[in-house]
Design a protein around this ligand. Structure first.
Ligand SMILES: [Zn+2]
Length: 82
């Protein structure tokens, strides 16, 4: 699938007081969920927009898409913005 580019799951960048362990966790440990997860995707062949996709990794079904700001993203979870 060339039209879209996978950008990983949304993550909160550690602040300046983070330990080396926290930075290693942030940089190298990626979730590998069997089920629903929220991901960044890039529409590289058309509008060049980064957007969020809620996808079931077991079935590859896309459950929801949203632009940044339409969903409230926190570590590992995503909710509709108020
Ligand atoms: Zn597009």
């Amino acid at each position: 699938m060339w039209e879209y580019h996978y950008g990983g799951t949304p993550r909160l960048r550690p602040d300046g007081s983070a330990t080396e362990r926290q930075w290693a966790e942030y940089l190298y440990n990626r979730p590998n969920i069997a089920g629903e997860q929220t991901e960044w995707w890039y529409h590289r062949s058309a509008c060049k927009l980064w957007f969020l996709v809620r996808r079931d990794t077991r079935t590859n079904n896309v459950l929801e898409t949203a632009r940044f700001g339409e969903l409230k993203v926190s570590e590992g979870t995503v909710q509709s913005a108020e």
